[in-house]
Design a protein around this ligand. Structure first.
Ligand code: HEM
Length: 72
């Protein structure tokens, strides 16, 4: 739904955010999360595990967003 609402297919049909801006914000969010995770007072192995888990989650979210930008 988050992907769809940024296209003309949901929400306001006048709001059409290009995929490059969606990906840029996903990259910004990922960077902010990595910065936060590595500032946590947790053992190094826990912080690395958290960063790896969020990386996988964000890639799946990115895929779910981008599929609303393809013709089918
Ligand atoms: C990581 C990427 C992004 C996420 C996670 C995100 C998240 C959201 C969410 C949760 C909503 C509300 C959806 C709803 O009402 O059901 C929304 C709406 C909106 N977002 Fe984003 N957003 C992203 C990127 C962007 C970018 C890059 C722009 C503009 C440069 C943008 C502009 C808007 C606008 C104008 C709406 C209102 C759309 C409408 O009501 O038709 N978003 N976004």
């Amino acid at each position: 739904m988050v992907g769809k609402i940024h296209t003309a297919k949901a929400g306001s049909p006048d709001v059409v955010i290009p995929l490059v801006q969606m990906n840029a914000l996903m990259g910004f969010v990922h960077d902010a999360l990595i910065e936060l995770i590595f500032s946590l007072p947790a053992p190094e192995c826990r912080r690395v595990a958290l960063a790896r888990a969020f990386t996988k989650l964000l890639w799946i979210q990115g895929d779910l967003i981008s599929r609303h930008y393809t013709p089918n």
